[in-house]
Design a protein around this ligand. Sequence first.
Ligand SMILES: Cc1cc2nc3c(=O)[nH]c(=O)nc-3n(C[C@H](O)[C@H](O)[C@H](O)COP(=O)(O)OP(=O)(O)OC[C@H]3O[C@@H](n4cnc5c(N)ncnc54)[C@H](O)[C@@H]3O)c2cc1C
Length: 485
Amino acid sequence: MNEVHSDVLVLGAGFGGLSAAALLAKQGIQVNILESHVDIGGCAGEFKRKGLSFNVGATTISGFAQSKPIYKLCQELGILEQANESLTREDIGLIICKNSKRIRRYSDHVLWLKELSEHFPSIDHKLLWDKLALWDRLAWQMISSNQRLMPSGFLDYLILLKPSNLKGLLLLPELFRSFAQLLTSLNINNREYLELMQELLMITAQNDSSRTPSLMAALGLMYPAEVFYCKGSINSLAHLILDSALSNQASIHYKHKVVNITQEQNIYKVTCSNQKVFFAKKVISNIPIWNLSKIANCDFSRQMNKFSSRFENAPAAFVVNFSVKIDFVLESHFYQIHVKQAIPQCYSSSIFVSFSEQKEPGSYTVTISTHCHADDWLELKEDDYKQAKLQTQSIILEELHLAMPELVNYPKEFLMSATPKSYEFFTSRFKGQVGGIPYDLSNPPWTLCPNRFDDFYLVGDTTFPGQGIASVVYSAMSAVAKLNA
Ligand SMILES: Cc1cc2nc3c(=O)[nH]c(=O)nc-3n(C[C@H](O)[C@H](O)[C@H](O)COP(=O)(O)OP(=O)(O)OC[C@H]3O[C@@H](n4cnc5c(N)ncnc54)[C@H](O)[C@@H]3O)c2cc1C
């Protein structure tokens, strides 16, 4: 049969689509999930080589503290116990290797301030970090107690005007002041410290300190204070969510790439590249808005195109993977290394290194990522592309060994790299752009793409950007709340 009807269609099985599907299935709603790839997880997926699990992209989980989105999702799905078994809180959340320093990002606020004071004694860290911690707490309180973010209509704005949201007004000015301006106002101008903040923002807010609003910088800089490590690979959490959906009668269809969406008499018709056609009154899309705007031929398409073209250039990633067996104990699973030389075809001054424990003791798969512009890779001719990929990979390994000489003598197996071209192929994302749309001074939250167009809802990091998987899961909860309303 080439035509399938269901209550709700979910397009894409990244964390956004899976979370929405599982929540709906739990409510007894009949859900079909269409996924273009052969596996779930998208940018937070995994791939296997000889029994080892390699991360596609994401490696850290934040937002699993009580009342935060991932915790709430697991609680609602009744999978908290299993999630607790897969996730371990990481303290030290991150080790920053800069010049000869190793700066440990403790989750404990006082320990972190002490660590900063030891490395940068002339700065009043308390003044800055107390502010950041307060804004982060208030912002998450606002996010957790409101299901209508991002507002997508008059009713959403009206509901958001409730008195308990008034304290959120405190945060408003911080959407219009850059983090760089905040540092200047506090007389913080130590170059090494500014670089430290800059690179932390690159891996969280994904933006420059002169472009990142202070509020988003607070959320980004507080991210490593609450990091969870997922045993094996991050995909085990995605599988828990999928299993919940399947146990509540949801169906997933792999190798079903959506190529056209039309609307006929209030019913959405979704066509896949294999000619299968699906119908539903309501659709939740996890397809990034750039791609969606090219395949949706519906009433809302013009409006969506407007948003998608405004944010066409977003970050992309270059990622190196390998496996290694070591016989020493790692202090953390996560390291950020400030590099000493420019990385070809990339624009970050740091690399992010994650170690994922495998079954055999001492065996790890390693994921190293850094930022690049998609066009710099997509425009290369085949031979130049291959050569550039090898060159970038080799400089990244050189920097890894400079910062972590304890790794030099251990053989690396399954060494490989991914560019925007690889992400374009495996995740279907436009130009292989990953990590979503960064918050910027020029795009305060209310100017982003709304997550609801009639009975069509959007989830994912191009609709609720900023905090990786935590935001993506929130976007699913918000879409489901709006769908139910
Ligand atoms: C290198 C790297 C490191 C990162 N590190 C972290 C981290 O440590 N922590 C963190 O929280 N976040 C991290 N992120 C960001 C995080 O991975 C993403 O923001 C998040 O996974 C995005 O989820 P999503 O559901 O919005 O989209 P995606 O993961 O892109 O999922 C979309 C899904 O839709 C499918 N799809 C696309 N088009 C179609 C179509 N036409 N038809 C059917 N299916 C389709 C895709 O195959 C995919 O499965 C990282 C990202 C990268 C690339």
